[in-house]
Design a binder for this molecule. Structure first.
Ligand code: FEC
Length: 287
């Protein structure tokens, strides 16, 4: 049976002029406050996205490496930018696939994140191919191992992080937070690290409460407890992108400097060969 993979990621604007349309897509028709748009454009400007937009480039490297590993077509589909998930679904069908594995480059399931990727993929395929969608892979041994290798032997306090989501997901019985803590515990155990904690990051100004603690408040609390050296290990993201390069490398670094703390972060997994082999294992199991 001919197979293909639709490899999905959040997507990122390539040019500053793309940011309003990109933000509008994220908001899904709800209004965008002008000051929030200006703030977002400024963050992308300071990241220098017109010279290199890391998320889209890294996703393409991962796609190529995964295709090499699997030996059948892997198509990129972005949730909020081009090529869209629907474009990837069409390309998979055009390549003759009867079965499509849907894999998101985000390990933890939430109805407010992964489910949106699934809906876009299923809607676009519309029965033209069988879908084998991977909901989550947060305890995949190869994933735990590559993260554990990045924190093993550290004498810093390890802070695992992930994107925050609105608090209402807890009332919905969403597994997101539990899965994040399971990953964090598994990585710490595999690395033999005992000094660790978890915090959220990258809360969005939507006017409702989001899950905390946010990393900036968490750094304050760790400092008050006498911690002066922190290693940040983002478990909810796999690539270098705005939420890493701005929220951690700029904002969290600035807070740490203010507190007189040393803050480092692990190198992201990006298209690391061991990580790509893990993605291939997940796809083969799904199919
Ligand atoms: O580098 C880049 O250009 C893109 C970085 C990026 C990633 C990412 C991942 C996740 N998000 C998740 C949830 C939400 C929710 C909202 C929301 C809003 C934004 C905005 C930007 C943005 N997100 Fe994102 N997210 C990235 C970027 N995200 C930009 C809008 C402006 C801002 O908040 O600063 C709120 C939507 C709303 O307004 O209603 C909710 C989750 C992930 C991790 C899973 C995944 O990667 O899909 C969850 C990367």
């Amino acid at each position: 049976m001919p197979d293909a993979v639709v490899l999905m990621a959040y997507g990122s604007p390539e040019r500053l002029a793309d940011v309003p349309a990109y933000y509008a897509d994220i908001r899904g028709g709800r209004p965008v406050a002008p000051e929030h748009l200006e703030d977002l454009v400024e963050r992308y400007r300071r990241l220098g996205i017109e010279e290199s937009s890391p998320l889209n480039a890294i996703t393409e490297q991962t796609r190529v490496a995964l295709e090499d590993e699997l030996g059948f077509p892997v198509l990129t589909g972005m949730k909020h930018w081009t090529p869209h998930i629907a474009d990837a679904a069409d390309a998979a069908v055009a390549a003759g696939a009867d079965r499509v594995a849907g894999l998101v480059l985000a390990p933890h399931y939430s109805a407010l994140s992964i489910e949106g990727y699934r809906e876009q993929l299923e809607h676009a395929l519309n029965g033209r191919a069988e879908v084998a969608f991977v909901d989550s892979w947060h305890l995949e041994p190869g994933f735990i191992d590559v993260l554990a290798a990045r924190i093993r032997g550290t004498d810093a306090h390890v802070v695992f992080t992930a994107h925050s989501l609105p608090v209402r997901i807890l009332e919905m019985g969403d597994p997101y937070k539990d899965q994040l803590l399971e990953t964090s515990r598994a990585v710490a155990d595999a690395a033999g690290v005992h000094e660790w904690s978890f915090s959220f990051q990258s809360e969005s100004p939507t006017g409702e409460p989001w899950l905390g603690p946010d990393i900036l408040d968490h750094l304050d609390a760790l400092h008050a407890d006498g911690v002066d050296h922190v290693l940040v290990c983002p478990v909810g993201f796999v690539s270098d992108h705005l939420e890493i390069r701005w929220d951690l490398d700029v904002e969290a670094q600035e807070r740490a400097a203010l507190l007189g703390m040393r803050l480092e972060r692990i190198e992201m997994l990006n298209a690391d060969p061991a990580f790509v082999r893990t993605l291939a294992t997940i796809v083969k199991r799904a199919l």
